[in-house]
Design a protein around this ligand. Structure first.
Ligand code: NAI
Length: 242
């Protein structure tokens, strides 16, 4: 589980643990990861922390080595780490664009490819879940790099599904609508953010626990014929035309 030190990744790690998975929590902030490991263990689950930067392939491989040493071949990989990129297309500089692409697309690629190669080498079937966004399906003004990165994650998911199905590896994406986390905390606390929530069909943000069920479905045998799909969890946000 990448990006487990906060927000969606934190909630999914706890939810998957409650569903019976042994969890390797991955991110760059070790102290936060150790805290999460303790919470999971106190709830009767099994977890280890592996510090890694998803944009660095050596760091990703090291995390998988640590995961394998603890629990054997990873058979569920959740590529969740991501950052926001909030600026108008005209104003987005190359450094901001590259940072968003590096984390949101290259990071998913690195983790998904490493997971898949190891599953194939071990002859282990598995499930890879990429966390995209409703902004990979539709667009909003002022978030060009983020939208492009998440659209690419959805297409990568479909390509991975086609290339990996022969090995018994399913690859699906989850496309969340808005859930309050560190990635958007400031915006949803602002007047503009509060007004935006009132224009959403659901008139509320998602609760992090509301992502757990869909991810457990994709991770488990309950979703055994789901492959290459994009599961939207957004309170109908993406269906809105204006
Ligand atoms: P967050 O900021 O709370 O969590 C992001 C996580 O990714 C953190 O643990 C962070 O440390 C980690 N991370 C960032 N760069 C990393 C790197 N290079 N290497 C390793 N870990 C790294 O934000 P949130 O909301 O939990 O985001 C999780 C995913 O969900 C992201 O991919 C985001 O784009 C996606 N998402 C979030 C939505 C929301 O409303 N919160 C909506 C749609 C998608």
């Amino acid at each position: 589980m990448t990006g487990a030190s906060s927000g969606i990744g934190w909630a999914l790690a706890k939810g998957l643990s409650a569903a019976g998975a042994r969890i390797v929590v991955v991110a760059r902030r070790s102290e936060r990861l150790e805290l999460l490991v303790r919470e999971i263990e106190e709830s009767g689950g099994a977890a280890i922390a592996a510090k890694a930067d998803v944009t660095e392939i050596d760091s990703v491989e090291q995390a998988f080595d640590e995961a394998e040493a603890a629990f054997g071949t990873v058979d569920i990989a959740i590529c969740n780490a991501g950052i926001s990129g909030v600026s108008n297309f005209l104003k987005t500089d190359a450094a901001e664009r590259d940072a968003v692409f590096d984390t949101n697309l290259r990071g998913v690629w690195n983790v998904g490819q490493s997971a898949a190669r190891r599953m194939v080498a071990a002859g282990v079937p598995g499930s890879i879940i990429n966390v995209a966004s409703v902004l990979g399906l539709g667009a909003q003004p002022g978030v060009a790099s983020y939208c492009a990165s998440k659209g690419a994650v959805i297409q990568l998911t479909r390509s991975m599904a086609l290339d990996l199905t022969r090995y018994g590896i399913r690859v699906n994406a989850v496309a969340p609508g808005w859930f309050k986390t560190e990635i958007n905390d400031d915006y949803f606390a602002s007047e503009a953010g509060k007004e935006y929530i009132q224009r959403m069909p659901s008139r509320r943000l998602g609760q992090l626990d509301e992502l757990v069920g869909p991810v457990v479905l994709l991770a488990s045998e309950a979703g055994s014929f789901m492959n290459g799909s994009v599961v939207v969890v957004d309170g109908a946000l993406n269906t809105l035309v204006a």
